[in-house]
Ligand binder design. Structure first.
Ligand code: BG6
Length: 485
């Protein structure tokens, strides 16, 4: 059985859901300069392909006009209105309560609290907004689960200090965290430091204008230090705080038993996944990471106390996203499949979503086991789901059986990991429980929700919320504690 207090819920992020980008004293974030766009426009290769022609990350070389630092009035920027949680939060939380949510994973917008990112004093109006959101959740017995930084970077810090490349950004981040921990003490217990820490790249999430491997690892080091200090601070302010990391769980399979494929897969899984969890869960850089940096001639600028900071700042739990698995091969002519943050070879055994992400429920069980075996820390599935186009019938109903199938199959495997393998699992929060803007493509038509939002790719629509078939299905799943699938 799943734990009695298992946290069933759903997940969203501020820049994809909240809107109100220039209300309540909020400052601009880099995500406010991202346009919408098709898959092809946004996908470009990244520097990580230098040792391996097969794997590409998509963010660092997105064409530059995606990242205009000024807002052009003629262009549509999806984050500005998103789906307007800023004004609809009461209705949205009531719908979540109706579905039976035990928790709600959301992120706080940094620039709502510190509009530039570096002020001494926070913006009271921004703090009040989240007070209202948390109070509304708690009214229904919904536990807020808060991501402190979900792909969030104040434009001011990006433009004035190259974001995380500067060590000063750690201080700005800590002031922000201290404000959150003090203000929301007693209301929020579950926190996560950096969303998908292993997918942060380029201007949008790191605030770096021109990316090089040296700059990437230096910025990452600052983020590791910031995360470790956040954990320590959070525990000092409230010993009840549970502070986790958040990993994009990039599950990789070697294409064959050719030892070269297997060795490549080991290398890729370390580079793309384990490095991040090893540092945050064990408190030091693993030897393969040090060697990797040495080989690439990367010289980290560190302060003397950094090693100790990492050691003292290990996370309490591992939150992770899981959407798909990927195949690693040494073959150069392998066909490509896409996926969350990465592009890998096709897996002939798996079907793919309309956005070409392989669908692999068993991979979720495998992932849970791999992470549990390696770290022995409680796990929390904080993102999972199927991005798909939905059709609204004339009577307003939405028959999303494909989404139900996806979720059912994943929950079955999740339960096996707990019930048959003994993994310690805190909860399950499917992604985009209410439709939101896609992070990868800026589209609205790539929907994950159990609740439909009437809004299209150009930002047109009434914003009306409508229950999909998956709403009633997930309601039953929660009511039966995962027994009725
Ligand atoms: C994760 C992110 O990468 O996957 C979310 O944490 C994102 O922000 C989600 O929305 C799904 O990706 P996409 O590109 O379909 O929105």
């Amino acid at each position: 059985m799943l734990k009695e207090n298992f946290l069933w819920g759903g997940a969203i992020a501020a820049n994809q859901f909240e809107g109100g980008y220039n209300e309540g004293g909020r400052g601009l974030a880099t995500s406010d300069t991202k346009t919408n766009g098709s898959l092809t426009r946004k996908r470009k290769h990244s520097f990580l392909d230098e040792h391996n022609q097969i794997i590409y990350l998509h963010e660092s070389e997105w064409i530059s006009h995606q990242y205009q630092a000024v807002i052009d009035q003629d262009i549509y920027y999806p984050s500005h209105k998103a789906v307007d949680f800023y004004h609809c939060y009461k209705e949205d939380i009531a719908l979540m309560a109706e579905m039976g949510f035990k928790c709600f994973r959301m992120s706080i917008s940094w620039t709502r609290i510190f509009p530039q990112g570096n002020e001494e004093k926070p913006n009271e109006e921004g703090l009040k907004f989240y007070d209202q959101v948390f109070d509304e959740c708690l009214k229904y017995g919904i536990e807020p689960v808060v991501t402190i930084n979900h792909f969030d970077m104040p434009i001011y810090l990006a433009q004035h200090q190259d974001g995380w490349l500067s060590r000063q950004t750690i201080d700005c981040h800590l002031r922000y965290c201290q404000t959150l921990f003090e203000r929301y003490k007693g209301k929020v217990k579950y926190w996560m430091t950096f969303n998908e820490i292993n997918l942060l790249r380029g201007y949008a999430t790191l605030g770096i204008h021109e990316m090089t491997p040296q700059k990437y690892y230096q910025a990452l080091h600052h983020i590791f230090i910031a995360s470790a200090l956040t954990v320590q601070l959070g525990h000092q302010i409230d010993k009840n705080n549970q502070i986790g990391m958040m990993l994009a769980n990039i599950l990789t399979y070697p294409e064959s038993c050719n030892p070269q494929d297997v060795a490549l897969e080991l290398n890729v899984s370390r580079r793309l996944k384990y490095l991040f969890a090893d540092v945050q869960c064990r408190g030091y850089y693993p030897s393969y990471a040090l060697k990797l940096m040495e080989k690439e001639n990367i010289q980290l600028v560190k302060e003397e106390s950094d090693d100790q900071i990492l050691k003292n700042g290990c996370v309490d739990y591992i939150g992770f996203s899981y959407y798909n698995s990927g195949v690693v091969t040494t073959r150069e002519d392998a066909g490509m499949a896409l996926g969350n943050g990465v592009q890998m070879a096709h897996n002939p055994y798996l079907k793919e979503s309309a956005w070409k992400w392989p669908i692999d429920p068993i991979g979720l069980r495998i992932s849970l086991n791999l992470l549990w075996d390696r770290y022995q820390k409680p796990l929390f599935i904080v993102e999972n789901g199927l991005g798909a186009e939905d059709h609204v019938e004339e009577d307003g109903s939405i028959h999303d059986d494909y989404r139900i199938d996806y979720m059912r199959d994943h929950i079955i495997e999740m339960k096996k990991a707990v019930e048959e393998d003994g993994v310690d699992l805190i909860g399950y929060t499917p992604w985009g429980c209410i439709d939101l803007v896609s992070a990868g493509t800026g589209e609205m038509k790539k929907r994950y929700g159990m609740i439909y939002v009437d809004m299209d790719d150009e930002g047109k629509g009434t914003l009306k919320r409508m229950k999909k078939d998956s709403f009633y299905w997930y309601q039953k799943v929660i009511q039966s504690h995962g027994e009725e699938l």
